[in-house]
Ligand binder design. Structure first.
Ligand SMILES: Cc1cc2nc3c(=O)[nH]c(=O)nc-3n(C[C@H](O)[C@H](O)[C@H](O)COP(=O)(O)O)c2cc1C
Length: 417
């Protein structure tokens, strides 16, 4: 037993001992801010997004094609990397900026084009574009976006916007879109080439997903715990398409128009010649095609399997990186998307040879969790993770990241069959 006066003797606590330990935070009254502050990762934002969004639009965003293996494998590949840090470097200041397609981006990622974004949360494209402009990174507007090209441009006078094109055989209509984007100051065209036909999103089929969402007994039931989404949806402008201001057909007809199975490399070369800015080919999935595209004289290839939303069991873009980098050298930039859920994933992609990355769902989870502020939070989370990982690896600029910083566990590494 402790003797009186020894260090283990008990005594009545004195206020000056414990008062400094009491740290009551001022309560955050705004529920959105409170929710977003509690989210520490993109996965946390996803949980909030799921709670606040009706099942059909949530699954449309979260889901992928068929058995969703392309997406889960791409995410697994990122989780399966090992980082190799260098010690005792001065990492007090880190610079996360990169040059991408001739201009500076404050961060090594931009926002990927996503269709129907106002269906996920009514602030939609404007939230994404203004958050990107505030962060100093590029924003990509989809051909299937739900806000007009000119409206996005007007909301982001300081922003850098890219336009994503689904090429159509109808060259006049393709050109009309491309001209509008160029006139609105969009500086880069992302030509998506991995959608000759629509992928099979089984969650959407099972949910009876329609665009715009319809009120059936099932959707009404699903709405009860998510009134904010419906109030927002029903009290804001009805969904309209970025590119098809006078579209009067059904959604099925729209999709048929969007995805043209006859498009070839010649069409790509034609578009390349029409566009005054830089061109990125989005959806390249083999070394051979990357080389072919490079020979056409475009400015970047985007290694992507469309977030697993098209071909299931597609190659993992992260695994293609080293070979594509080696094959195309410095001829053009190599960008990557699919499966990015953290800043660590982005750092790994850059180390292995990517010049830039795009995020799709990572920002959409933020959007569904809290509109514009949710997108800001997603960007903030990724930025913190990138900066911390760079410091822990012992690098202070993106250019210092090298393949030696990353190895891949063998489990999922590509090998010949
Ligand atoms: C809901 C949703 C809609 C999308 N719409 C388009 C689109 O209209 N055009 C396009 O080229 N890519 C589209 N994509 C693919 C993204 O541009 C990007 O390639 C993909 O989301 C990257 O994977 P990640 O979501 O894992 O980051 C969409 C992706 C999602 C999740």
């Amino acid at each position: 037993m402790a003797t009186p006066g020894s260090s283990q003797a008990r005594r009545v606590p004195r206020p000056h001992d414990f008062l400094p330990l009491l740290k009551f935070k001022r309560p955050v009254l705004d529920p959105t801010t409170r929710r977003l502050e509690r989210a520490l990762t993109i996965a946390d934002l996803r949980v909030i997004a799921k709670r606040r969004t009706p099942k059909a639009p949530f699954d449309y965003t979260d889901g992928a094609a068929e058995a969703e293996l392309s997406l889960s494998r791409a995410r697994q590949a990122f989780e399966d990397i090992t980082f190799h840090p260098a010690i005792l470097r001065d990492v007090s200041a880190v610079d996360t900026s990169v040059q991408v397609l001739g201009k500076r981006s404050a961060l090594p990622f931009g926002i990927a084009p996503t269709g129907f974004t106002r269906m996920m949360q009514s602030e939609g494209e404007i939230a994404g574009a203004t958050a990107a402009a505030a962060a100093g990174i590029p924003y990509s507007l989809s051909t299937m976006g739900t806000t007009g090209i000119e409206e996005v441009a007007a909301a982001t006078p300081q922003g850098r916007n890219w336009f994503q094109l689904y090429m159509w055989k109808d060259r006049d209509r393709s050109m009309a879109l491309v001209d509008r984007a160029a006139a609105a100051g969009f500086d880069t065209l992302l030509v998506t080439v991995d959608v000759p036909v629509a992928g099979a999103r089984l969650r959407d089929v099972r949910n009876g997903m329609t665009i715009p969402p319809t009120l059936t007994p099932r959707t009404v039931l699903n709405t009860i715990p998510r009134p904010a989404w419906w109030i927002n949806f029903l009290t804001t402008e009805p969904l309209a398409f970025a590119s098809l201001d006078k579209w009067s057909g059904t959604v099925a007809e729209l999709l048929d128009t969007m995805f043209d199975p006859t498009v070839t490399f010649e069409d790509l070369a034609w578009i390349r010649d029409q566009w005054p800015g830089t061109v990125v080919v989005k959806g390249v999935q083999s070394v051979e095609d990357a080389v072919k595209v490079a020979e056409l004289g475009v400015d970047a290839v985007l290694l992507s399997n469309h977030g697993g939303r098209q071909l299931d069991r597609a190659p993992i873009p992260f695994h293609l990186l080293p070979q594509v980098r080696a094959a195309v050298g410095d001829q053009l930039e190599v960008h990557l998307d699919t499966g990015i859920m953290s800043g660590q994933d982005i750092v790994a992609a850059l180390a292995v040879g990517a010049d830039f990355t795009l995020i799709g769902r990572a920002y959409l989870y933020g959007l569904m969790a809290g509109g514009r502020r949710g997108v800001d939070r997603a960007i903030e989370i990724l930025t913190g993770e990138i900066e911390r990982t760079m410091r822990l690896l012992g690098v202070t600029s993106i250019a210092e990241l090298e393949p030696r910083h990353v190895t891949q566990l063998q489990r999922l590494a590509p090998r010949s069959v």
